[in-house]
Design a protein around this ligand. Structure first.
Ligand code: AOF
Ligand code: ZN
Length: 371
């Protein structure tokens, strides 16, 4: 199939949207390109919450009068006044004559009103250009709008024979330095990193983003640390030590306990909240995800030990697995998902490979859960 001009400009808008993925949260990351007579005259992407939306950035950076131009936007322009004014009005006021949108915005205050408003002003609107790619890029935000919580990714590391020498954690990695740096990127792209009290007690992990380990260009590296992901500890009994590294300053931390649990006082940016537990006294994982969704968390990264990993998988709460596979054979050591305890093939968690990329000497395998 031929790539149309619309697809070429939308692909550019998607690339710009990607630039905002580290810091737009809780907003979706959106990109916008203004094209006039076959020339790009403005580009922009979403700024941190409270700052400009993508369309306003593109208009403010326009190098020529945008009247008569076409705007390519990866998400329907907003029609509401939130932290900023409505982008649909700004596009109308700037005299644009055509707006090409990849996907509609399901946010209740928008939800078609942006497109309606543009059309009512006589602007030609085309919807659906590179919609699949845009939906994929904004999957976390779209999922949160649809079901109340964002995309859930489970990070794992294993040997070629599917073994792991340790529970989890960053200190005892079996993969190489490039894979570790890739995990830093994954963290920076996430809105929350969830771990369990077992991992905190065993590894004393900090779960921060170290900008110097990110293999990104200077600008992206700067954006990647503007909004450090929320560190979340699932700690039903409130056992996180007062001096645990995960409570250190530099990034916010949320400790989730069972109801009526006394937790110690913490020095850093730490909040303790409770949530419901099941009959086994363990936190209700779907309630936890809803709790994070209510806080505007679009992208959840699970960096958990084998018990919690299996629990999230068994509850059908994992959308994607990101497995770093090291070219090592470990033989008879721990199986990372032993706690899945599956007896029959029919009970297996079925996945679909999305991507396999060499990262240093390791492989990064991304697979979507389909059952
Ligand atoms: C756009 N362009 O670049 C983005 C949009 O509270 P506010 O004002 O920041 O608005 C938040 C909502 O705006 C957000 O939930 C989503 O529906 C939309 N995001 N809209 O026109 C953008 N990031
Ligand atoms: Zn807007």
């Amino acid at each position: 199939m031929n790539t149309s001009a619309d697809e070429i400009y939308m692909a550019r808008a998607l690339a710009l949207a990607g630039e905002a993925r580290f810091w737009a949260t809780p907003n979706p990351h959106v990109g916008c390109v203004l094209v006039h007579e076959g020339k790009v005259i403005g580009e922009g992407f979403t700024q941190p919450a409270g700052g400009n939306h993508a369309e306003i950035e593109a208009l403010e950076h326009a190098t020529a009068d945008p009247s008569g131009a076409t705007a390519y936007v990866t998400l329907e322009p907003c029609a509401h006044t939130g932290r900023t004014g409505p982008c649909a009005d700004a596009l109308i006021d700037a005299g644009l004559t055509r707006v090409v949108v990849a996907v509609g915005d399901p946010y209740p205050a928008v939800d078609g009103r942006g497109i309606d408003r543009l059309r009512a002003a006589g602007i030609e609107v085309s919807v659906g250009v590179l919609a699949v790619q845009a939906s994929d890029l904004m999957a976390g935000f779209l999922m949160r709008m649809q079901r109340g919580w964002g995309r859930v990714r489970l990070k794992m590391a294993a040997s070629l024979d599917g073994r792991t020498a340790m529970a989890s954690g960053e200190s005892q990695w079996i993969t190489g330095v490039e894979a570790r740096s890739d995990v830093q990127r994954l963290r920076a792209e996430s809105c929350a990193i969830v771990t369990g009290i077992g991992t905190v007690l065993a590894d004393d992990c900090a779960l921060t983003v170290r900008s110097e380990s990110l293999s990104l260009d200077e600008d992206a590296r700067r954006r990647a640390v503007v909004k450090p992901p929320l560190r979340v500890v699932l700690d039903s009994a409130g056992r996180t030590p007062g001096d645990a590294r995960i409570t250190s300053t530099g990034a916010p931390t949320l400790i989730i306990t069972a109801p009526d649990v006394d937790a110690p006082d913490y020095a850093g940016e730490v909040e303790v909240a409770s949530n419901a537990t099941g009959h086994d006294g363990r936190l209700d994982l779907s309630a936890v995800l809803m709790q994070l969704g209510a806080r505007g968390i679009n992208e959840v990264l699970l960096e958990v030990g084998p018990t919690l990993a299996a629990a999230f998988l068994k509850a059908g709460l994992v959308d994607e697995v990101v497995l770093y596979q090291a070219p090592k054979l470990l033989g008879d050591t721990a199986r990372p998902l032993a706690a899945l305890s599956i007896d029959r093939l029919a009970e297996a968690v079925a996945l679909e490979y999305q991507d396999v990329t060499p990262v240093g000497n390791d492989l990064r395998i991304t697979a979507r859960v389909i059952s």
